[in-house]
Design a protein around this ligand. Structure first.
Ligand SMILES: Nc1ncnc2c1ncn2[C@@H]1O[C@H](COP(=O)(O)OP(=O)(O)OP(=O)(O)O)[C@@H](O)[C@H]1O
Length: 605
């Protein structure tokens, strides 16, 4: 599935990472305090070489054992102080950063729930999963470690270099000599690593998609003996990812090579020159010891720059990927217009007459990802379903029946035209209100891995209870739920796969009717039922449909007979409307669709 992939070419790492600020803001005090403590701890380490200089030039030169012991005590205290300060830093950041990660994850999940179906059609689920898991973990690691240590190490290197220049400026300049080539290498590395990091993280998303699809489709894979080809596809993707990870490792190795080798050469050169100057009494031994100890103390801050930059690049990529999903436009609700207060003592009622019920007016629809030169799938839908009426929607496979039903709860937006419920344009209605009025049951019944009761009551308001649940289960002929080990508290497995197709379909139907909706949209809701169960469900549904305005996609005459009238969808428009008998008599296409051999023909193609 195609997934939006941003280019990293003109990205500014800092600007990208700054987008994290709103999430970091609430814990900024702790983060800044922790960074300050880390700087103090790191600079405490730089005092150690100065104490060493004092020991060498003082007590050691004057053969004063008490002074040496005192110096050793100072060193011990400095070491303890440094360790305690780093411990406090870690304690300060651990909790708030897990809070930041949880908050970002919740925000992403919330946004994904509110994004239109067209977005989910476009994005592979694995890409979204990897953004909510791996990418957020990378971000937490970045906030906990590289963010602080790039600052801490930068300050430490600066203070260390100043100390060395103050000790002896000639040796200091030798140590500083590799700075320019190292900085240049870092700049080149950053650019290249950004591109590879993005590729690797996208490939993790692709791999996650394959794993997810294989787990969900395990029955098909086993049934068709496709495990080998599936394993091959997985292996091919993981080999590609391995290649990208190796490229990352090679880039990291090359920057590490430069960052470690050049400063080590500079330290070596400073050591040789320093020893020569001590020998010629131009420099005290203590100063040389202090100088070299400082240079060695700076080894870790300099060496770590490579992987700190690498982690920062990965975090910038993760930020970019996270905001790609978060920046998508959620389903917008119309700006509420204050409604005129209802006349005293009168309940709100649907308008009587032409506007009442469900009406499609000149509705056109084209999938956003369909090619622009293809004709719209639905190009002129005009249909009126009167209040309390049930209308069957019949049409050939692929004619757009499911698509048409999805327009009513606004799972897709009409391209032009309008759909009204009791005269009110659904585009002007808040989604919450619309979805409270309209209940849907899809041909593919999706259940969640929770109890049967919760799955069904999802279709009702929060105050619905056991009586509503029992009534809905009775209408959908889903009383089998009461016979399960824990009755309606029985948990269905992932996606309800522990139930039969017909059982799932009946639960989905119960979910659609439990809220006694004003409008009911059923997409071939009885396709998986045997004839006896179908007849029983139909008998019970008829009672529900008596008070409801319903649109029912139907393939079989038995389902069509549930409805008062039938609409034939053909060539992107409603080609005929009438009763089942009328259409059988007057419309050849309808008669053909209902005769049963149309399916055989579709299947044999
Ligand atoms: N998300 C989508 N993006 C682009 N095209 C789509 C999308 N979903 C469906 N289609 C196309 O729209 C057409 C109509 O699909 P739809 O599912 O509405 O048909 P249907 O009449 O319900 O078919 P069936 O009777 O087989 O269920 C098909 O050609 C399908 O390929």
């Amino acid at each position: 599935m195609a997934t939006t992939r941003a280019t990293t070419e003109d990205r500014s790492t800092v600007r990208t990472l700054l987008r994290l600020w709103p999430f970091v803001r609430p814990v900024r005090a702790r983060l800044f305090t922790a960074a300050f403590i880390a700087i103090v701890a790191s600079c405490t380490g730089l005092v150690i070489p100065l104490v060493l200089k004092w020991i060498v030039d003082g007590p050691v030169a004057h053969r004063d054992p008490a002074g040496v012991w005192l110096g050793a005590l100072y060193l011990l205290l400095l070491g303890i102080a440094e360790a305690v300060l780093f411990g406090v830093r870690r304690w300060l950041v651990a909790r708030p950063l897990s809070h930041v990660e949880a908050e970002m994850r919740a925000r992403l999940y919330g946004r994904l729930q509110r994004l239109p179906v067209a977005f989910h059609d476009r994005w592979a689920s694995g890409q979204l999963l990897s953004r909510g898991t791996t990418d957020l973990m990378l971000l937490r690691q970045f906030l906990a470690f590289p963010l602080t240590f790039l600052l801490v190490n930068g300050v430490t290197i600066l203070v260390g270099v100043m100390i060395m220049l103050l000790q002896d400026w000639t040796l200091g300049l030798i140590i500083l000599a590799p700075a320019i080539p190292v900085m240049w290498t870092c700049a080149v590395f950053e650019r290249r690593y950004a591109e590879v990091a993005r590729r690797a993280q996208d490939q993790v998303g692709d791999l996650t998609t394959v794993v997810e699809e294989s787990v969900l489709g395990i029955r098909v894979i086993k049934g068709f003996g496709r495990h080998r080809s599936q394993a091959r596809a997985f292996r091919a993707l993981s080999v590609t990812l391995r290649g990208t990870e190796l490229r990352k490792a090679r880039l990291l190795a090359s920057i590490w090579g430069v960052i470690v080798t050049l400063p080590e050469l500079a330290i070596g050169a400073a050591l040789v020159l320093g020893v020569a100057r001590v020998a010629s009494d131009a420099l005290s031994a203590g100063t040389l010891v202090a100088f070299l100890s400082t240079a060695l103390a700076l080894r870790w801050p300099v060496d770590s720059i490579g992987f700190l930059l690498a982690m920062s690049q990965e975090a910038a990529t993760a930020t970019e990927r996270y905001f790609e999903a978060l920046d998508e436009e959620p389903e917008a609700d119309p700006v509420p217009v204050p409604a005129a207060p209802p006349a005293h003592g009168r309940a709100t009622r649907p308008p009587i007459g032409g506007d009442a019920g469900l009406r499609f007016e000149h509705v056109r629809f084209r999938y956003p990802d369909a090619s622009p030169d293809s004709p719209p799938l639905l190009h002129r839908i005009d249909l009126h379903i009167r209040p309390g009426e049930s209308m069957a929607l019949v049409g050939a496979t692929g004619s757009g029946k499911t698509t048409l039903t999805a327009l009513v709860p606004r799972l897709h937006e009409v391209t032009s035209g309008r759909i009204t419920l009791d005269g009110v344009d659904i585009a002007a209605m808040p989604r919450e209100e619309l979805r409270a009025k309209v209940a849907v049951a899809f041909e593919e019944p999706t259940l969640f891995s929770t109890s049967i009761g919760e799955n069904v009551l999802m279709g009702a308001s929060a105050d619905a209870g056991a009586a509503d649940l029992d009534r809905a289960l009775a209408v959908a002929q889903a009383d089998f739920a009461h016979a399960l080990p824990q009755g309606t508290d029985t948990r269905v497995g992932e996606q309800g796969l522990s139930l039969s197709g017909g059982q799932r379909q009946r639960l989905a139907l119960a979910r659609a009717v439990v809220g006694t909706p004003q409008f009911l949209v059923l997409d071939d809701p009885l396709s998986a039922l045997d004839v006896h169960t179908e007849a029983a469900v139909e008998a019970a549904l008829r009672q529900v449909l008596a008070d409801t305005t319903a649109l029912i996609v139907a393939h079989r005459p038995s389902t069509v007979l549930l409805a008062d009238r039938v609409a034939l969808l053909s060539g992107g428009r409603i080609a005929a409307v009438g009763t089942h008998q009328e259409l059988l008599r007057t419309n050849a296409e309808y008669a053909h669709l209902m005769s049963g051999d149309s399916r055989d023909r579709e299947d044999s193609r």
